[in-house]
Write a protein that binds this ligand. Structure first.
Ligand code: GLY
Length: 395
């Protein structure tokens, strides 16, 4: 692996204090979420929230985008935390839609089969032992494997495998799609899924992570020779800046690969990219949409903050008690969660059907700017669930 600089924590006092987040505090925040889910249940039983809201309201769409499972995943979290069967029933209605989607191949030209089938079907299997959901998720893992290029050791992110604009393009977000593959090996005993995920995460660590511990959003590989080509952004400010959500996907994604492989070098690398992220947070701990911005009037990305909080909490769990970063990272996550909870929820915007305001989907494309993003809602909920119970990963 190339030598990647560790900035350490530049402002240690910022992460030396743990905010007072009590159990009651988290339960109140979770109750707010459950109330919001209840208001949305009817609209989003046979339809799904669009990836981003319009004027803070998610339109209802079919199960055709990469984001449907964040809603289904929220239903599973709601079921798990409340024990109320009404959430399970609707999640189970939706499972049929995921089954159809993979069988008929509706908008499946994407690596996000990982997100889609982990938070819907794998979660269903883990929570309820649903065998049909398990089989559906295994079909999704098989389809995801068709996007793997052996020579380059990577999974192509988007589109047709022969499309020259997408061919051999891997993206940092994909680290979150790898758990579906590791899980498929656990289920079947067939190591091919694990090997593909393992090779991909190593290639991402080698080429997507830069020497200063920032990340490219996307990176092109030559799939014929296996040689690296070049990094390029899609959703960030520029090719050389660090798109915030990409860095957050990297933080959570690397630790998930650690969970499945036990390879400590992933944690060592994760500390560096986490420090890079934490060093660029403004005073209220909520990141701008690209880490090139640390102050001023650019939009925040509350969804990136929620993803990072979950990933950093997960990493902290695996650090030895003697590691000083354990406390730093716990404090960092708690400060992020508190700030989201107090300043970024839709409590201040009752007409919204989302949870977290002030996220950015894709600013260069003019998409979802300063809106709710459905994955931000999911990860905010997951973060709070992590604080009130010993949560077993759906990932
Ligand atoms: N994975 C796509 C996004 O984060 O916008």
């Amino acid at each position: 692996m190339k030598n990647i600089v560790d900035e350490g924590i530049r402002y240690p006092q910022k992460y030396s204090i743990s905010p007072k987040i009590t159990r009651e505090y988290c339960e109140r925040a979770i109750q707010f979420i459950l109330n919001k889910i209840d208001q949305n249940l009817e609209t989003f039983t046979y339809k799904f929230p669009a990836p981003a809201s319009i004027n803070n309201v998610y339109p209802a769409i079919d199960n055709t985008d990469w984001t449907s499972s964040f809603w289904t995943g929220m239903l599973w979290l709601a079921y798990e935390i409340s024990g109320d069967d009404k959430y399970r029933k609707i999640a189970e209605i939706q499972l049929a839609d995921y089954k159809k989607r993979i069988e008929v191949k509706i908008c499946t030209d994407t690596h996000d089969l990982g997100f889609l089938y982990t938070l819907s079907c794998v979660a269903a299997y883990k929570l309820t032992g649903n065998e049909e959901a398990r089989n559906t998720a295994l079909k999704a893992a098989d389809l995801l494997m068709t996007r793997y290029f052996e020579k380059a050791g990577i999974i192509q992110a988007w589109g047709d495998l022969n499309d020259p604009g997408n061919r051999g393009r891997m993206i940092i977000d994909c680290c979150m799609n790898l758990p579906l593959l590791y899980w498929a090996t656990e289920m079947t005993g067939d190591g091919k899924y694990y090997n593909a995920a393992w090779n991909h995460v190593n290639q991402a660590a080698k080429y997507i992570v830069r020497e200063d511990a920032s990340s490219f959003h996307t990176y092109y590989m030559d799939v014929e020779t296996g040689e690296p080509r070049f990094g390029k952004t899609a959703q960030g400010y520029s090719d050389n800046s660090c798109w915030t959500r990409g860095q957050a996907w990297g933080i959570y994604g690397l630790v998930l690969s650690y969970v499945y492989t036990g390879d400590w070098k992933l944690i060592e690398l994760n500390k560096k990219i986490t420090n890079y992220f934490l060093n660029r947070l403004p005073e209220d701990y909520i990141c701008y949409w690209d880490l090139i911005f640390t102050e001023g009037n650019e939009e925040r990305d509350s969804s990136g903050a929620a993803i990072a909080a979950c990933g950093i909490l997960e990493m902290a769990k695996h650090l030895p008690l003697t590691d000083p970063y354990r406390e730093v990272y716990q404090n960092a996550s708690l400060n992020i969660i508190q700030s989201l909870s107090e300043n970024y929820t839709s409590a201040s915007c009752p007409e919204s059907n989302g949870l977290l305001l002030h996220a950015v989907y894709a600013k260069p494309d003019g998409k979802g700017i300063d809106e709710c993003n459905i994955w931000g809602d999911y990860f905010y909920f997951e973060a709070l669930v992590r604080l009130v119970k010993d949560w077993k990963l759906y990932w």
